[in-house]
Design a protein around this ligand. Structure first.
Ligand SMILES: NC(=O)c1ccc[n+]([C@@H]2O[C@H](COP(=O)([O-])OP(=O)(O)OC[C@H]3O[C@@H](n4cnc5c(N)ncnc54)[C@H](OP(=O)(O)O)[C@@H]3O)[C@@H](O)[C@H]2O)c1
Length: 313
């Protein structure tokens, strides 16, 4: 009797073998296809790029906020190199004049400036007047501020003013300047990798950058059909005044190197880290998070099991 049962089981397994084979083979084939797709997409974005998309054919003018230093200044230079007339918006008229002069001298392009403090909310009529009548091809919402140093929320010096300033500069600016959206071909919103996950001790900065990312991606869905490209840009560290990184490295590039790489992704990714080493860092961060979640989940299950077995004793 026992022998008969065993031979029946063996027969069942033999019959199921082709099924197992095809399930395994299809899973492997799907995995290989997915991997190939990811590789080809990566090659398209990071090797071939879309560098020619941004040209004055989109509209004569490019507008950059926070254009007098760091990443914003590099965007202004790269867009002027491509032939855009430049509208520079930042805080200090003196610095704006310096950047405008150097762009005119180096690239022979027309420039205009608007000096405003994005920490204030009464500046938008002045910006509207400055932009009115311009044929805007590209808008870079770059202006942003971070913490002077990482700090616990309630210990941030002059917390009230700090909050008002950071919310106005990092969030209100992107909403208000995007009101000029009709007619603009491409909008780049410079968020941050700190907006992908909560970053303790930089909590408010991280939250404002998450807002910018969500705002950007939502807007892209709303206006995609009208042919407007809206990209959310999430850099990790870039060597600028904000980060006080003086020595650039492969993973902490100069703003020029970062911007040159980022501009090749426009039109290919609506959310991007903009620079290949930063995209790799993003994948590694995600893998670490998945591993952490899995580990904590397993540990919780183990603890529940141990608790239950202790109760039963
Ligand atoms: N650097 C990074 O590692 C990094 C990483 C992720 C995301 N980001 C984001 O990239 C953007 C640019 O950062 P960055 O590192 O290039 O910064 P940055 O070197 O500090 O330059 C900021 C620019 O914004 C202007 N600005 C600052 N506050 C302003 C205000 N209240 N009103 C008007 N203009 C103001 C500055 O003008 P002044 O010269 O007059 O101060 C400067 O031109 C920010 O949105 C930042 O959050 C940077």
């Amino acid at each position: 009797m026992e022998m008969l049962k065993l031979s029946n089981k063996g027969e069942m397994i033999r019959r199921a073998e082709p099924l197992f084979f095809w399930v395994g083979a299809s899973t492997l084939a799907l995995l290989a296809l997915w991997l190939l797709y990811r590789l080809l997409t990566g090659f398209r974005i990071w090797v071939l790029g879309n560098g020619r998309l941004l040209s004055p054919k989109l509209g004569k003018w490019a507008v950059v906020t926070g254009a007098t230093d760091g990443i914003g200044k590099s965007y202004a230079e790269e867009l002027a190199r491509r032939g855009f007339a430049m509208m520079l918006i930042s805080r200090s008229q003196e610095k704006l004049d310096d950047v405008a002069k150097s762009l005119e001298a180096e690239f022979g392009v027309e420039t205009r400036t608007i000096a405003v403090d994005f920490g204030k909310t009464d500046i938008y009529p002045k910006i509207e007047a400055g932009l009115s009548g311009l044929e805007i091809g590209v808008l870079v919402n770059n202006v942003g501020v971070s913490y002077p140093y990482p700090e616990y929320y309630l210990h941030i010096p002059d917390l009230d003013n700090f909050l008002t300033n950071m919310i106005n500069v990092n969030m209100t600016s992107v909403c208000q300047v995007s009101l000029f959206l009709p007619g603009i071909g491409v909008i780049l919103n410079i968020s941050s990798a700190s907006g992908m996950y909560p970053v303790p001790l930089l909590t408010v900065y991280s939250a404002t950058k998450a807002f910018m990312d969500f705002f950007s991606r939502g807007l892209q869905e709303e206006y995609r059909r009208q042919g407007i490209i809206i990209q959310s840009v999430l850099p990790f560290f870039v060597a600028t005044k904000m980060t006080r990184i003086r020595k650039p490295t492969l993973d902490k590039p100069t703003p020029d190197r970062y911007v040159a790489a980022e501009l090749t992704t426009v039109g290919l990714q609506s959310q991007t880290n903009g620079y290949f080493p930063h995209a790799v860092m993003n994948i590694l961060t995600r893998m670490n998070r998945l591993q952490r979640t899995g580990y904590l989940h397993r540990r919780k299950l183990r603890e529940m099991k141990n608790g239950a077995s202790l109760k039963n004793e």
